[in-house]
Design a binder for this molecule. Structure first.
Ligand SMILES: [Zn+2]
Length: 179
């Protein structure tokens, strides 16, 4: 029996498909390309509002609702200064950051009635920091039984509220923060 001749072109392009050229849609593709500036510095420039997701600002620090939360109420507390290491913060900047973190944690316990909290920072790219050039602590409320909250493998996590809802819920509490 003769060996079936392999038609490479047939294998690679098994069927013709109709397609429509829509070059103007490229702008949507471009949205997937990471912005050049720092997202945190850009958020700060946009002000303390629901669009920037910045909840509160002190002299040296700020709290932002995480745009991609692991759990409802996931906040980020970070220095205003665009710095990538704890060592590069002055004592005053560091103390301000810690005090704001404490205030934010207090608010999360109060508003979300969580049982516990993950407070963590990926210090440097190798440690997993997505934005290694601008330090940020993660504050993630935890409830008994909310296992598998880290969407590291599953990639998708269903949350009971939107980030906009979280922002709205938390905002009045941050207005009372005296820092
Ligand atoms: Zn920055």
């Amino acid at each position: 029996m003769a060996k079936k001749k392999l038609h490479i072109s047939d294998d690679i392009w098994p069927q013709e498909r109709d397609f429509i050229e829509k070059p103007e849609r490229y702008k949507y593709v471009r949205k997937l390309i990471k912005p050049k500036g720092c997202v945190f510095c850009e958020a700060l420039k946009a002000g303390v509002n629901a669009k920037s997701l910045v909840l509160h600002k002190t002299k040296h620090s700020m709290v932002v609702a995480n745009k991609y939360p692991y759990n409802s109420g996931h906040l980020l507390v970070l220095p205003i200064a665009h710095k990538g290491t704890l060592m590069s913060l002055s004592e005053e900047q560091y103390m301000d950051l810690m005090l704001l973190m404490k205030a934010a944690a207090e608010i999360l316990y109060k508003v979300y009635g969580c049982d516990a909290m993950n407070l963590g920072m990926n210090h440097g790219r190798v440690a997993g920091a997505g934005i290694p050039d601008h330090l940020h602590w993660h504050l993630i409320p935890r409830w008994s039984g909310d296992t598998n909250f880290f969407p590291l493998i599953a990639e998708t996590k269903v949350l009971p509220e939107t980030v906009a809802q979280s922002y709205k819920k938390l905002k009045p509490y941050f207005k009372k923060v005296k820092l």
